[in-house]
Design a protein around this ligand. Structure first.
Ligand code: NDP
Ligand code: PYC
Length: 342
């Protein structure tokens, strides 16, 4: 229930002040505020303003470098490396994205490896930044061990998000972005706060039995989506965006952090594709052919992923982002008390 509304710019300014008050550099505060407000504005509450407290806890615990300056390294190859220097991933992505796009236009495909970052965010803002440059892209990262592999009972994988985007001329891109667990851990936390049970099939309790109790789920293990299929995709993410890029896997990230209440540190892998380069010399325009496919999907009444988000964005851009009194009070407390509030 909305008690007040704030426009994107006003909420962003408030969130920047909260983060700067907590010691984040202007570069990092602005990058975090942009993704958090984007989440809230697109009605993605699991990665909206509720994440601010977790970021502040992570800063207070000294587990993230608050004034990190990302270092971008590249040569003539297709791999762009960004060392986040122990800071949040968001400023690192923003620093590397233009270089990734330039390399991709030259080579047809290019990858950005982000190392040594703290990561809490949704991936779709990054995917949309690349589709806005006319590129198709995918992004993935580990998290920390909280998901049992299919057939197992102990938390091992992270909720390992996987996102993909395809640019569409004159319209919103095709974008999906999901946890490889049945739901993001943030969704479980929101159920715990609201005192509502989880849908069946999301999680198991510490003794391995199915549970709909958020507390038991957070203490036990979440389940991968799609059984063995989600489990395998999650494993792929551990391999490509952990092992392959020389960064932490989800069990290593959990052990390094020693907690599941702070944002974990690990790496991220983003791969960009130039569809025109791949389709060169072949019949048909790839963008026109993609539209035929999207029309066939929506033509039978199915919706495209992100349509709900884009609709929410259009509404909140026109009318402001709805916030409850409790959410406003929480923001004001974080602003006034800074790190003492967490
Ligand atoms: P959801 O299950 O809510 O949504 C997943 C995707 O499916 C979205 O693109 C969504 O579009 C789309 N979708 C949902 N329903 C339909 C439908 N009926 N038809 C077509 N498409 C549909 O996401 P999750 O809870 O799995 O993940 C939420 C967020 O959590 C993600 O942004 C992810 O990046 C983030 N996350 C981040 C982690 C990290 O370590 N940084 C870890 C895990 C998750 P729409 O939004 O329009 O509904
Ligand atoms: O919602 O699963 C999640 C998550 C983990 C880290 C950031 N988001």
């Amino acid at each position: 229930m909305a008690d007040t509304t704030l426009f994107h710019d006003d909420l962003t300014a408030m969130v920047i002040r909260i983060f700067q008050g907590a010691g984040l550099s202007p570069l990092n505060a602005a990058a975090l505020a942009r993704v958090i407000v984007a989440g809230e504005g697109d009605a993605c509450k699991s990665h909206g303003i509720y994440r601010i407290e977790g970021c502040l806890r992570t800063i207070k615990a000294g587990k993230v470098v608050p004034d990190a300056v990302p270092q971008v390294h590249h040569d003539d190859s297709a791999v762009v490396r960004v060392n986040a220097g122990g800071g949040f991933s968001n400023a690192a992505f923003e620093a590397g994205a233009p270089v990734l796009a330039e390399r991709c236009r030259t080579t047809g495909i290019a990858a950005m490896v982000i190392n040594d970052c703290t990561h809490f965010a949704a991936l779709w803002p990054e995917i949309e930044a690349l589709t806005e440059m006319g590129l198709a892209a995918m992004a993935m990262c580990p998290s920390y061990a909280s998901v049992a592999p299919s057939g197992g009972t102990d938390p091992l994988m992270g909720t390992n998000p996987f996102a993909f985007g395809w640019p569409r001329e004159g319209g919103d891109p095709y974008v999906f972005d999901f946890a490889t667990s049945v739901a993001a851990r943030g969704e479980i936390e929101l159920h715990r706060r609201a005192g509502t049970p989880l849908p069946e099939g999301w999680a198991i309790a510490p003794d391995g039995s199915p549970t709909t109790d958020p507390e038991a789920a957070l203490a036990g293990a979440m389940l991968p989506f799609g059984g063995h299929k989600g489990s395998a995709i999650s494993t792929m993410i551990e391999l490509l965006a952990g092992v392959m890029i020389g960064d932490l896997t989800s069990p290593e990230a959990r052990d390094a952090l020693g907690s599941l209440t702070l944002a974990p540190a690990h790496g991220e892998l983003i791969i960009a594709f130039d569809p025109k380069t791949f389709a060169a010399g072949r019949p048909g325009d790839p963008f026109a052919r993609a539209e035929t496919l999207f029309d066939a999907i929506t033509g039978q009444g199915a919706r495209l992923p992100s349509q709900r988000r884009f609709k929410a964005r259009a509404e909140t851009r026109a009318k402001g982002i709805p916030l409850t009194d409790a959410e406003m009070r929480s923001l004001e407390r974080l602003l006034a008390e800074g790190l003492n509030a967490v």
